[in-house]
Design a protein around this ligand. Structure first.
Ligand code: PMP
Length: 402
């Protein structure tokens, strides 16, 4: 007999189920469009060449040790991360309005930020887009929020941004509501607001006194350009709108398992920074004490070395170009097969994901009949496609749609 007799299963997490079913599937031609990670043309994870270079440097650096990092992480890392986010010559950084907290990647940053906003700021309400990364709801509720509301983002009919719906919902939000925003490569829809639309969103956020909480997990992987992809966050900074931004290096540096991320905070009164930091120290200390060092060292070394940074940018372009080619390849095949419906959205969407518009039933059929795995809401990771499985995948989609 065990004291754990009455423990029930936790709520299942879909990406894990999809991953486990894919791994257990012995079928040779199986296709993994489920996991949210980059894959090469060979279908494998990619350690970028510059990462090997930095790892060599670190391995031979006699000054490095394995002491604890400070509770809020490595300051050189957070400074580099903030500059990547806001630009090297960011006036907000120069005016001392920005600081960073090294946290456990994007997810960990969202979690500690939620605790701060709930417990310290005593904010009550969080708005998340429909659709969004499925973990947002879990992170903000476990971070303390019970009032999580949705704002419209996706128009299923037109398969584009529901901008009118978004504006209407945010215009009706109570003051001090937190608004979760994806600055680029929106997960799962692959559809981002235009510059003009971001300005309009900023207007509403200012007018309604809402708090923007950005989550940028794909900087450099939407357009292939790190500056363009951070445009929205930079615009808010330029307009003097205070914000949080959870920043992940999982995807754009391929450092998934290293848990490398930053929570960038912009506030208009630099005198308050030490007090705000002290509250974050309490939160970090109560969950994990201090963040891991290896990933932060790798990113800091790269961002601080102009040559390595150029190499990284080349890798970002290579990844985005490969994804674009796969999008084009899939759309062309579906068009050529005469698959019913329009598939323009596959090439219009940006980032890793295509929000295919396939129904839950169709996704299930794809899995059962063809061993093609994606999320039940129709989200397909375009990185899982390659020249060897494009025909197979297109034919499978064609068959279950017709
Ligand atoms: N935000 C979004 C929108 C994401 O898609 C992801 C990864 N799927 C994350 C945050 C977090 O990733 P990580 O914790 O690995 O940085």
């Amino acid at each position: 007999v065990s004291r754990f007799e009455d423990v029930e299963f936790g709520t299942p997490i879909e990406v894990h189920i999809v991953r486990a079913s894919y791994n257990a599937d012995p079928f040779e031609k199986k296709v993994d469009l489920g996991v949210g990670a980059y894959r090469t043309e060979e279908g494998r994870p990619w350690v970028m060449p510059w990462v090997y270079t930095v790892r060599q440097q670190l391995a031979h650096d006699p000054t490095l040790n394995h002491e604890y990092l400070p509770f809020l992480g490595c300051e050189r890392f957070t400074r580099c991360a903030n500059e990547l986010l806001l630009g090297d010559n960011s006036p907000a950084i120069q005016q001392g309005k920005v600081f960073g907290i090294q946290s456990l990647s994007g997810a960990g940053s969202v979690r500690i930020a939620s605790e701060f906003l709930c417990k310290v700021m005593k904010y009550k309400t969080v708005f998340i887009p429909v659709e969004t990364w499925e973990n947002h709801y879990r992170l903000v509720t476990h971070g303390g929020f019970s009032d999580v509301r949705e704002y419209r983002y996706w128009n299923t009919q037109t398969r584009t941004l529901d901008f009118e719906g978004l504006i209407e919902d945010l215009s009706a939000a109570p003051a001090n509501s937190i608004v979760v925003l994806h600055p680029c490569a929106h997960n799962p829809t692959g559809c981002d607001p235009s510059h003009e639309q971001w300005d309009r969103i900023a207007d509403i956020i200012e007018e309604r006194r809402l708090f923007p909480f950005f989550d940028i997990a794909y900087q450099g992987l939407a357009s292939g350009d790190i500056d363009e992809d951070a445009w929205a966050v930079r615009r808010f900074a330029e307009r003097g709108i205070e914000f949080f931004c959870a920043q992940s290096f999982s995807k754009n540096c391929g450092l998934y398992g290293e848990r490398t991320g930053n929570l960038a905070v912009m506030l208009n009164n630099p005198d308050k920074i030490e007090k705000v930091k002290s509250q974050f120290i309490v939160i970090a200390r109560s969950i994990y004490c201090s963040p891991p060092s290896q990933g932060a060292r790798i990113v800091t070394a790269m961002l601080g070395d102009p040559k390595l940074k150029e190499e990284w940018k080349t890798c970002l372009r290579e990844m985005t170009n490969r994804i674009k080619d796969m999008r084009k390849g899939l759309k062309e095949r579906l068009d050529a097969l005469g698959t019913p419906g329009s598939w323009d959205h596959i090439t219009q969407q940006v980032g890793f994901f295509s929000f295919t518009g396939l129904s839950e039933r169709q996704v299930q059929l794809l899995r059962e009949k063809y061993h093609v795995y994606m999320l039940s809401n129709g989200r397909a990771n375009m990185c899982g496609l390659n020249t060897k499985n494009l025909d197979y995948t297109a034919n499978a989609i064609h068959d279950i749609v017709t």
